[in-house]
Design a protein around this ligand. Sequence first.
Ligand SMILES: Nc1ncnc2c1ncn2[C@@H]1O[C@H](COP(=O)(O)OP(=O)(O)OP(=O)(O)O)[C@@H](O)[C@H]1O
Length: 337
Amino acid sequence: MSEKALTDTFPTASAVSLFNVTKNFTQWQRDNSGKGILRNLIKPEKKVIAALSDVAFDIGKGEFVAYAGPNGAGKSTTMKLLSGMLLPTSGEISVLSMSPQKQRRELMSKLGVLFGNRTELWWDHPVIQSFEWKKVVWNIPEPLYRKNLAMMTELLDIGGLLKTFARELSLGQRMRADLAMMLLHSPEIILLDEPTLGLDVVAKRQMIDFLKKINREDGVTIIVTSHDMDDLEEMAQRILMIADGKIAYDGDFDGLRKITGNLTRVVVTTENGFRPALQNAALLSSENGVHEFEIDLAQTPIKTLMRLLSEFDGVCDVEIKKAPIEQVIASVYSSWK
Ligand SMILES: Nc1ncnc2c1ncn2[C@@H]1O[C@H](COP(=O)(O)OP(=O)(O)OP(=O)(O)O)[C@@H](O)[C@H]1O
């Protein structure tokens, strides 16, 4: 598709668009037994995997989108397609009205990519040297580089790491340095594949707060994958879920909860060791007069629940909480299986 046709097909307010994208991989099957080696030589066995089949979605500029799915669902493949590292088998992809495959160079000046399990830092050099290298190779104007470096140093707390060799950094320090380097050229869109992988609570907090800030204040479009659903819910407004290479859900987190029947946690505090028996509710824990139930609001609406609870004399407090998103996702994944 030509550049013009691409802009005609995808609206300019769109940051990312996928139109019927399929990506197949060929996996050669190997059997190392004696007979297997011979068989492989005569007739190699191959398996074709549809990592993405006919995927279509659109992400607007300024959105913060979580991209989730079980292992092998196709998340990293999508990220690689969006950054031009892979070619789709069929279909069209547009990122900022550009084709990642045909206009990769141009696109990279507006895109930032971070794979949590990989580093772009020079292993045997101080962190600052990788930053300086990027400034030169990417042609980042000196004032912009200085401004971004100062901002990143402060917000990501990397001042003390700049003169340290990348190989001597801890995982959390390395991730922060990688994130800073990725942002030195002020990308409009950033793709993050498992950015919180292996981070401790403090490092994770820093990373999440920072991402929320640049999305909110600078309008940076962010697409993030993670297996930590609590992290995703905290960061993103929208969740796109992929299963077996197909989009299985696109909406907000509360909508996802509704799919699983709107499960809700109710914590009832009672006096005198009294334990209320609630119909259609599963008792999750009961300790020192605090009883936690799980109920399905689709089955027992809030009004009914409150009426039932008001009938008990010993109830002194009631707290209603959303079901943890991890549990909702686990239930969605098992229903898919
Ligand atoms: N380079 C490759 N060659 C062959 N098959 C591949 C390749 N990369 C990915 N695949 C296959 O494509 C499918 C999707 O893989 P992908 O890495 O996109 O999944 P994912 O959702 O990121 O999974 P995870 O959560 O485990 O990281 C898998 O079945 C995987 O085996």
